[in-house]
Design a protein around this ligand. Structure first.
Ligand code: AMP
Length: 132
């Protein structure tokens, strides 16, 4: 299925890239819950997680773990929240969201304009990518 993520993978629309190889692309979420919120996307556009072949799914989560490890080194956070939602974009992807331990906080609320500018987005993407 054609989605905005297919267009990002083909570089038809811009994204702030964190990681790329032959099978995966990771980039910053355009409407993040926190700074550094990253989406990890297999390039093949399976819609739901249960559609993804076992080997690719295993590789997705192994790569997610690698990105999480890079995040906790460079981004001030207590942990990285992992999510699979798919309400908006029907192309399987994993949300990786740096979070602080705070029982008062709504951990799903989107921040309005969390980055000061696109340069700050690039700084966050570089912070993560240089530790991969
Ligand atoms: P969901 O499909 O519910 O897991 O959410 C899709 C996610 O993709 C949301 O967090 C959106 O903010 C994000 N998103 C949608 N379009 C873009 C885009 N062009 N670049 C980066 N992230 C996007």
């Amino acid at each position: 299925m054609e989605t905005v993520f297919s267009k990002i993978i083909r570089r038809e629309i811009p994204a702030t890239i964190v990681y790329e190889d032959d099978f995966f692309l990771a980039f910053l979420d355009i409407n993040p819950v926190t700074k550094g919120h990253t989406l990890l996307v297999p390039k093949t556009p399976y819609v739901w997680m249960q559609d993804v072949p076992d080997e690719l799914l295993a590789e997705s989560f192994i790569l997610a773990k690698k990105i999480m490890k890079a995040m906790v080194v460079q981004i001030p956070c207590d942990y990285v929240q992992v999510g699979v939602v798919g309400e908006e974009v029907p192309h399987f992807h994993i949300h990786l969201i740096p979070q602080m331990l705070d029982p008062e906080k709504d951990h799903t609320k989107r921040q309005s304009a969390p980055y000061q500018n696109t340069n700050e987005m690039n700084v966050y993407a570089t912070k993560i990518s240089q530790n991969l």
